[in-house]
Design a protein around this ligand. Structure first.
Ligand code: NAD
Ligand code: WQD
Length: 335
């Protein structure tokens, strides 16, 4: 298939572009590089030995998106492009609503106009809010506590309505849990903007000596060691989940959790990182971070049953690959 990958220069999009190319699909990337760099495109090509068609463009600009659909015969869209920082979304809600909603609306509109019937959307476990674990796709979504989460709920809703109104349309809503790690080549991975908000990039930067120590946000949660529990998934497993979702996509709306089904606490992740890489990660326990939930992990049985996909890599692999990337590439944007 000829696949339009928006946000394909970013963290998850770049790993997915590699997985798609390895599965013999063709990839067209559209990215405005607001959180990535064009060097990633060359790295995708050097890892796979295949050519990528790249457009530096903002997918909130309807004419730009339309010109893509006119120029290329597109079979499917995987829409990663979006802003993703929860904290920033609280400070700048309009940026989040306009970027994340308008990009999705533009792409959906052009899919209808040009007869592109396959759409895969990057959603998030954040749509489950503080439900009872494990989170199942059939659960009622709880109101998001931040604009970022709202955009995910709203985009899911728009794409669902669109598929209901157009029976030939196929939509895959993929709810990612906590992607970490990097490509095993060490060439691509995640470089956060400024001081990281997320746990793994914070750990790698402490290990590298860029930050003094990790702050563990709370050790009084109802978990075995009192720290928050998350379902960390290797980004390459996540990428492979997209190929499975795309290749098994049929008419209608299909929602799948992409996680491992296992919960790992903050301190367990720190210990696993220290063991995998034989490096010390100093930390101190501080108060809870506002908005955090105690426990979040997926029921992954639907993805296994319907997509024939399961995460294969373990916490040790995630820690090793995250550190390899930090050691080799810990500066610059995304690559
Ligand atoms: P990322 O920031 O690394 O990648 C997003 C890419 O989209 C970047 O390259 C950025 O330059 C591009 N982009 C943003 N707005 C754009 C626009 N208007 N036009 C063109 N390009 C634009 O983020 P990521 O971690 O790879 O996340 C990808 C998607 O997955 C996002 O939609 C995010 O919300 C979602 N998601 C991420 C996580 C996570 O923990 N990383 C979890 C759940 C869902
Ligand atoms: C994990 C655990 C923290 C940093 C976020 C988004 C979510 C999704 C994935 C996009 C928690 C603890 C963290 C630190 C810590 N993204 N922690 N010290 O919050 O589960 O999910 O990213 O959709 O929407 O909210 O991920 O990596 O920030 O936190 O103790 O410096 O690590 O309290 O228990 P989170 P995270």
């Amino acid at each position: 298939m000829n696949i339009l990958v928006t946000g394909g220069a970013g963290y998850i999009g770049s790993h997915t572009a590699i997985a798609l190319l390895e599965a013999k699909h063709s990839v067209i990337i559209a990215d405005n590089l607001c959180n990535s760099s064009s060097g990633t495109i060359r790295k995708i090509e050097s890892i796979t030995g295949k050519k990528v068609t790249f457009y530096e463009m903002d997918v909130t600009v309807e004419e730009a998106v339309e010109s893509l659909f006119k120029t290329h015969s597109i079979d499917a869209v995987i829409h990663f492009a979006g802003l993703k920082s929860v904290g920033e979304s609280v400070e700048k809600p309009l940026n989040y609503y306009s970027n994340n909603m308008i990009s999705t609306l533009n792409l959906a509109k052009m899919c209808l106009k040009y007869g592109v019937n396959r759409f895969v959307f990057s959603s998030s476990a954040t749509v489950y809010g503080d439900n009872i674990v494990p989170f199942e796709e059939s659960m009622n979504l709880l109101p998001a506590t931040n604009p970022y989460g709202e955009t995910k709920v709203m985009c899911e809703r728009i794409l669902t309505d669109l598929a209901h109104a157009n029976p030939a349309f196929s939509v895959s809503l993929l709810r990612y849990f906590n992607p970490i790690g990097a490509h095993e080549s060490g060439l691509i991975g995640e470089v956060p903007n400024g001081v990281p908000n997320n746990l793994m990039p914070y750990i790698t930067q402490v290990a590298k000596g860029k930050l003094a120590k990790l702050r563990v946000f709370g050790n009084d949660y109802p978990t075995a060691d009192g720290t928050g529990l998350r379902d960390y998934i290797h980004v390459v497993d996540l990428a492979e989940g997209h190929v499975a979702a795309l290749e098994n996509l049929i008419e209608g709306v299909h929602t799948h959790n992409l996680g491992t089904g296992n919960g790992t606490s903050v301190l367990e992740l720190v210990n696993a990182f220290e063991e995998a890489n034989r490096i010390h990660v100093p930390y101190e326990v501080v108060g809870r971070r506002p908005g955090d939930i105690a426990v979040c992990y997926a029921d992954v049985s639907k993805a296994a049953r319907e997509l024939g996909w399961k995460a294969k890599r373990n916490i040790n692999d995630m820690c090793r690959d995250a550190w390899r990337f930090e050691v080799h590439n810990g500066t610059g944007k995304t690559t």
